[in-house]
Design a protein around this ligand. Structure first.
Ligand code: DX5
Ligand code: ZN
Length: 221
C-alpha cells in the first residue's frame, strides 16, 4: 500500500511558497495537502482557486485538496480546472454525499470523504465504492498547530477493519491534524496511509522536517 507524508500549506510562508514547494519536491515529497476553508464550514478563511492555479503551473506534486467548505459540490469543477488531483469533501458538509463523490469521479479525479473527530464511521457505509480515500480529522477543522486528539488512533484501527471487512482494502486512510514525529508511528501502525503535517513540516527547516517524517513513513512501504 501507499504511505506518504502530505505537507499542509496552511502553515506555509506564503511569501516564499514557491521556494518551499521546490524544496519539498527536491526532498522526495509526492503529495501536497491543500486546505480550502470558507469561513462557514470551519471558522477560518484560507485561499482558493487562484492560489491553486498558480501553484499548479510550477509544481508537480499530487494535489490533495481538502475542502472545508459548505456544499462543496458547487466548486468541484473549478477545483479540477485549478489543478486538483484529488478532492476531499466533508460528509458533514454534503446533503447529497453520494452525488458529490460521483461528480468528482466523473471529472476523472480521485475522490475522498473527510470525517470530523466526532462523526461516526457509519456515515461511509454506503459510499465505500465511491471513494479512493477516507480522511479522519484528528483535530477540529480550521487551523494548523492544534494537538492530536488521542481517541482518533482507535478510530483509525476501526476504519481499517471496516474497509478490509467490506472488501475495500484498497481505500487509503489519511489522518489530518497534530501529526508530528512523536506520534507518526502510532498513527501509521493503527492503519493510516497518508499523514498530513502542517506545522510539523513548515516550522523551521522544511526539507529536513519532511525527511524526518518521511523516514518514519518509509518503514511501512
Ligand atoms: C486543519 C487542516 C489541517 C492543518 C493541519 O483544519 O485540515 O490540514 O493544516 O495542521 P497541523 O499539522 O499543524 O495540525
Ligand atoms: Zn486538511
Amino acid at each position: 500500500m501507499q504511505y506518504e507524508i502530505a505537507p499542509s500549506i496552511l502553515s506555509a510562508d506564503f511569501m516564499i511558497l514557491g521556494e518551499q514547494l521546490k524544496s519539498l519536491e527536491d526532498a522526495g515529497c509526492k503529495w501536497l495537502h491543500i486546505d480550502v476553508i470558507d469561513g462557514l464550514f470551519a471558522p477560518s478563511i484560507s485561499f482558493g482557486m487562484p492560489v491553486i492555479t498558480c501553484m499548479r503551473k510550477k509544481c508537480g506534486l499530487f494535489f490533495d485538496v481538502h475542502m472545508m467548505v459548505t456544499d462543496p459540490g458547487r466548486y468541484v469543477e473549478a477545483m479540477k480546472e485549478a489543478g486538483a488531483d484529488l478532492i476531499c469533501v466533508h460528509a458533514e458538509a454534503c446533503i447529497h454525499l453520494d452525488r458529490v463523490l460521483q461528480q468528482i469521479r466523473d471529472l476523472g479525479l480521485k475522490s475522498a470523504v473527510a470525517l470530523n473527530p466526532a462523526t461516526p464511521l457509519s456515515v461511509i457505509d454506503y459510499v465505500m465504492d465511491k471513494v479512493d480515500m477516507v480522511l479522519l480529522m484528528s483535530v477540529n477543522p480550521g487551523f494548523g498547530g492544534q494537538s492530536y486528539i488521542p481517541v482518533v488512533t482507535q478510530k483509525i484501527r476501526e476504519l481499517r477493519e471496516k474497509l478490509d471487512a467490506a472488501g475495500h482494502a484498497e481505500v487509503l486512510i489519511e489522518v489530518d491534524g497534530g501529526v508530528k514525529p512523536e506520534n507518526a508511528e502510532e498513527v501509521l501502525s493503527a492503519g493510516a496511509n497518508i499523514l498530513v503535517a502542517g506545522s510539523a513540516v513548515f516550522k523551521g527547516d522544511v526539507a529536513g522536517n519532511f525527511r524526518t517524517l518521511d523516514e518514519i513513513a518509509g518503514k511501512h512501504r
